[in-house]
Design a protein around this ligand. Structure first.
Ligand SMILES: [Zn+2]
Length: 288
């Protein structure tokens, strides 16, 4: 009996060590070490508007609230108008949320919010008129679809463990969930559920690998997207704030906000934090 208890304790210690190692590896993998990143203020994860001092030499800093003219918006605007809805790991959409109405993006089987669709179509036409061939890799995704994607990834990781874990009640399954969370968006945290977000790639270069991406294509898209109300939602140099590095993901916020965000090179969390003093984020975007 005593021996058994001791064995359990050793096993427990071993599991904790494995958990720490897994978390370390996950955090490590998310940190781009090729860029000198100074992370202040947001250190430890949670950041609020009043303590905002994020510094990244490779990124555009958050503009001084007194030095630049921010769009005239109120917290109520941000909370009430769907185009401003903040969706991330700390602000999840409910499983019941779905767009009022969706329409098919022309030439694809992908759906988008019907009201915003004309702006997306106009932006895609602008790309074509300038010799580019945009390819829609993803648009509206339901909660249940995202859940399926996420659970698929988590169970794939769990089954790849040694020994494989198939029982999601197993403690080690949580390690797989934590890792899956860095690869596939957690259900409710994806903007694709809003119906306002779209993944756009160059049709000739659709592999989601950096070296393969057409820089010219994205430079052009970045230069015009705000005119149509879209922002680059997860710029590479804001990875430590958003938790995602997805240079091909664009999201509709309206022309006014988009113009300001793209001009100042900020991410949506920085924009939102300016208006909402209660706003905190980054619980999952932690540097250990
Ligand atoms: Zn996306």
């Amino acid at each position: 009996m005593k021996k058994n208890k001791k064995r359990n304790k050793v096993l427990w210690l071993f599991e904790m060590a494995a958990l720490c190692l897994a978390l370390y590896l996950v955090v490590n993998a998310r940190t781009d070490r090729t860029k000198p990143v100074v992370f202040e203020g947001a250190q430890g994860g949670l950041t609020s508007a009043d303590s905002f001092t994020y510094l990244d030499p490779s990124a555009t800093p958050t503009p001084d609230p007194n030095a630049v003219k921010w769009p005239k918006l109120t917290v109520e605007d941000l909370k009430e108008k769907r185009q401003y809805t903040i969706v991330n790991d700390d602000h999840l959409l409910s499983s019941a949320f779905k767009p009022d109405d969706t329409g098919k993006i022309s030439g694809t089987n992908q759906l988008f919010d019907a009201e915003i669709l004309p702006y997306l179509e106009a932006m895609l036409q602008d790309m074509r008129d300038h010799g580019y061939s945009p390819y829609i890799a993803g648009a509206y995704r339901s909660y249940s679809y995202q859940e399926k994607l996420f659970n698929g990834k988590a169970s794939q990781i769990a089954m790849g463990m040694n020994p494989p874990v198939s029982d999601y009640m197993d403690e080690r399954y949580q390690i797989a969930v934590a890792e899956a969370r860095t690869i596939v968006m957690f259900p409710g945290s994806s903007e694709h559920q809003l119906g306002y977000a779209v993944d756009i790639l160059d049709r000739q270069r659709t592999r989601l690998v950096y070296e393969n991406m057409n820089k010219e294509f994205f430079a052009y898209l970045d230069s015009i997207c705000a005119q149509y109300g879209f922002i680059k939602r997860y710029p590479t140099n804001k990875l430590l704030l958003t938790g995602w590095d997805e240079p091909y993901h664009y999201r509709y916020v309206g022309v006014e906000a988009a113009t300001f965000i793209m001009e100042h090179g900020i991410c949506y969390e920085e924009f939102y934090a300016h208006y909402d003093p209660e706003f905190t984020f980054g619980a999952y975007v932690k540097k250990s």
